[in-house]
Design a protein around this ligand. Structure first.
Ligand code: SF4
Length: 376
């Protein structure tokens, strides 16, 4: 069956890394003036040489963002349903070997969380779980998704990778989109950080967006965990290749990208490569030039000051007031959390900051576009 793996096999990590790192100022200027930013131009914009061109890059990214998306910035919030996980990842507080209190929300607790989230104004929800196929798998989603969906206009998921038929069924239960981050496109680094459980299967994860595309899921989110490999530039380029493949192959779906940086967590590791804030701006703006129509998302991993500066440039989707532990909105129990968010502002403060920047906070996605009636 066709999948990105056939394209990934043609990509040489070391060669790409070398090509990116050898780009010159002339290459960057060429890329900034190009009518269309293709593979070579993206490499130039991701390169160390582009760090001296942050201002023109940011100006062009902002212009393209306004052209494509106007002033709208969508606000969403994650709802952590469970911190059970059958995997061991070196960088995550939910890892099965971490001796933390485990919790999976039941119907009553979910309802309380939904009401607490709705009372803050959110209408777009991202459901998050650890990856525990048997305890928090399809039976659990069948049981709870319709009730959750009745509270919200838009429902995304970030859970364990599943099969095509399961995604098709989840769609009928109200699912609009799925985020599935590859973490790193380097197989040896991937193996080094995924020590136990199904997540060890690099290729099953790599093919997940193809299964989502085949199942006709409306929105597919890609991401790479910055700091896992020792070359974030190469990982970001690999993700761009992934995006190109998916857009060409599963063209009916919409796509989003994100560049989460490693954050401290229980038992966590130190990043193998550091990306500073200027470099994160560089990547976000480079992707705007490369894929102007693709949504970019920024989480509360980043600081309020940084988010306020970068959102007006190229961000379309923003989480706010995220609690990364099950039951975090109705009962705030920080000891269960996956990682520590950096921006803890109340959603209304985040919305106010957007307005101050001349942007329009949007709490609700487009029901009519999605072909169904509003939730209430
Ligand atoms: S990153 Fe995901 S799969 Fe890995 S331990 Fe954390 S929740 Fe589990």
């Amino acid at each position: 069956m066709k999948s990105f793996v056939s394209q990934w096999e043609k990509l040489e990590w070391d060669d790409i890394r070398l090509r990116i790192n050898s780009k010159t100022a002339t290459d960057v200027e060429w890329a900034l003036n190009a009518r269309k930013v293709g593979r070579e131009e993206l490499m130039a914009l991701l390169s160390p040489a582009a760090q001296d061109y942050l201002e023109p890059l940011a100006r062009k990214a902002q212009r393209l963002t306004r052209q494509r998306f106007g002033h709208a910035v969508n606000l969403f919030v994650p709802l952590y349903l469970s911190n059970l996980c059958a995997n061991d990842c070196t960088y995550c507080g939910f890892s099965m070997s971490n001796r933390i209190k485990r919790k999976t929300l039941d119907a009553n607790e979910i309802a309380r969380e939904c009401l607490a989230i709705r009372s803050m104004g959110f209408d777009q929800l991202l459901l998050v779980t650890g990856e525990h196929q048997t305890r928090v798998g399809m039976d659990y989603f069948r049981q709870h998704l319709p009730a959750i969906r009745s509270h919200f206009s838009s429902l995304m998921m970030e859970v364990q990778p599943m099969g095509e038929a399961e995604y098709a069924e989840l769609k009928t239960l109200g699912l609009d989109g799925v985020l599935v981050y590859q973490e790193t496109y380097h197989p040896q680094v991937y193996r080094h950080h995924h020590l136990k459980g199904n997540k060890q299967d690099f290729f099953f994860r790599l093919e997940t967006p193809d299964r989502l595309g085949r199942a006709g899921v409306d929105k597919i989110g890609l991401g790479t965990l910055i700091g896992l490999s020792d070359s974030w530039r190469t990982d970001c380029y690999m993700m761009a290749e992934h995006l190109l493949w998916l857009q060409k192959t599963w063209w009916k779906s919409r796509y989003s990208v994100a560049f989460p940086r490693l954050r401290p967590c229980t038992g966590g590791i130190q990043p193998a490569s550091l990306m500073n804030e200027a470099q994160l701006v560089q990547v976000i703006c480079a992707f705007r030039l490369f894929a102007p129509e693709v949504e970019q998302s920024l989480s509360t991993r980043e600081s309020p000051q940084f988010r306020d500066k970068v959102v007006p440039l190229a961000i379309n989707t923003l989480s706010a007031f995220s609690k990364t532990q099950p039951g975090g909105y109705a009962d705030n129990k920080a000891e269960l959390e996956q990682f520590s968010p950096h921006d803890n502002r109340h959603p209304q403060q985040v919305a106010e900051a957007l307005i101050q920047s001349g942007l329009q906070p949007v709490w609700k996605d487009w029901d009519r576009y999605l072909g169904r009636a509003p939730a209430r």
